[in-house]
Write a protein that binds this ligand. Sequence first.
Ligand SMILES: Cc1cc2nc3c(=O)[nH]c(=O)nc-3n(C[C@H](O)[C@H](O)[C@H](O)COP(=O)(O)OP(=O)(O)OC[C@H]3O[C@@H](n4cnc5c(N)ncnc54)[C@H](O)[C@@H]3O)c2cc1C
Length: 116
Amino acid sequence: MSSIGGVGINLAIQDAIATANLLTEPLKKGCINTHALAQVQSQRQEAVRSIQTDQSLIQNRIIKRAMRGDQPLRLRMILRLLLRRPGVRDCPARMLAFGKHPKRISTKLIVAHPST
Ligand SMILES: Cc1cc2nc3c(=O)[nH]c(=O)nc-3n(C[C@H](O)[C@H](O)[C@H](O)COP(=O)(O)OP(=O)(O)OC[C@H]3O[C@@H](n4cnc5c(N)ncnc54)[C@H](O)[C@@H]3O)c2cc1C
């Protein structure tokens, strides 16, 4: 995993959520098998591949040019204009924070605590 975007921990948390959703019941019953593990992998593989593709694009199109340092790095005019629009401006941060395949913990796993 590249460090571009600092998304490693985000993916790790989403991996943990997918794992908890899929494996809690089999683990409680003590009947975990490779099929269950393969389910976790197939659920998370696309998310990881997709972010790695984006990281490669950023590496090759932005960071490489910035590291060469022979000319100032400027975003294209169209991108600069787009990134001034509130809805669009938040997209990159949202994508980095939650990814393209956000995960939520299954409601079955949320233990109800008595109110104090
Ligand atoms: C220097 C550094 C800086 C980083 N900075 C950031 C950052 O700013 N932002 C960010 O988002 N991410 C950052 N990361 C990346 C982030 O830490 C990792 O992507 C994330 O911790 C991966 O979590 P994980 O649970 O998938 O794996 P890990 O955190 O690697 O956990 C795997 C665990 O499994 C254990 N293990 C492995 N094999 C076995 C086995 N056979 N049996 C039992 N246990 C096993 C290992 O001992 C380890 O404890 C950084 C990483 C490094 C190294």
